[in-house]
Design a protein around this ligand. Sequence first.
Ligand SMILES: Nc1ncnc2c1ncn2[C@@H]1O[C@H](COP(=O)(O)OP(=O)(O)OP(=O)(O)O)[C@@H](O)[C@H]1O
Ligand SMILES: O=C(O)C1=C[C@@H](O)[C@@H](O)[C@H](O)C1
Length: 206
Amino acid sequence: MLNALATGRGSAFALDFETSAHVDLDDSGEVVGEIDGQPDADTELIERCVSLTLARWGDDPAAAELPQPVGGTVRTESDVPTAAGLKSSSAAANATVLATVDALGLAGIVDHEAACRVGVQAAREAGVTVTGAFDDASASMLGDSPSPTTPRTNCSPARKWPGTRSSGRPRSERTRPTPTPIAADRWRRWPVSWRSSPSTASTLGR
Ligand SMILES: Nc1ncnc2c1ncn2[C@@H]1O[C@H](COP(=O)(O)OP(=O)(O)OP(=O)(O)O)[C@@H](O)[C@H]1O
Ligand SMILES: O=C(O)C1=C[C@@H](O)[C@@H](O)[C@H](O)C1
């Protein structure tokens, strides 16, 4: 294991903890997140994961027809302890992106590496990573049974995608680490795998 904070390059391995996400799409025009057992926790990361995934693949010709204006709910459950140096956020982001892909009817079509990158982007935007933590995210997504799929990278950004609004306390009152400014850099390619049930996806902890 190598921490990427010093050089921007790191490595990580998966632990046998499970994180699950359940996504339901609706016509609310907003994405509302919930973390099981943590009513005051910050849900911005998982909401951004849903929104970015919809923006990336919602217009894919193979995607299910979406409600308009598209929104939804996302709920995570996790065995990964938070704030323990185990990057629970990477597992939550991965599970949420995959559950959203599943809700779009694109499970098995969307490339797992690309899905992982969307979670990393959401983590950057939510301010829960310094480097992007692609090492942690890819270790979580990879698990123990790689299952490569055909890359599908083209989609149109023409549709208006949902913003985010969380239930519960105002953001200012919720528990959240101080965001750290990050430098823009490039993600590396990495094979990943995942397993899921309809609209629900699980990933391993780092
Ligand atoms: N299970 C989860 N579901 C949804 N969001 C989560 C989950 N775990 C973490 N997050 C989001 O990520 C943020 C940071 O989580 P955490 O404090 O565990 O830090 P981390 O960066 O994931 O890990 P580390 O402990 O290695 O620093 C949380 O405030 C929350 O917004
Ligand atoms: O947020 C980050 O950029 C990182 C966090 C830690 O988990 C590190 O282990 C990782 O390499 C990078």
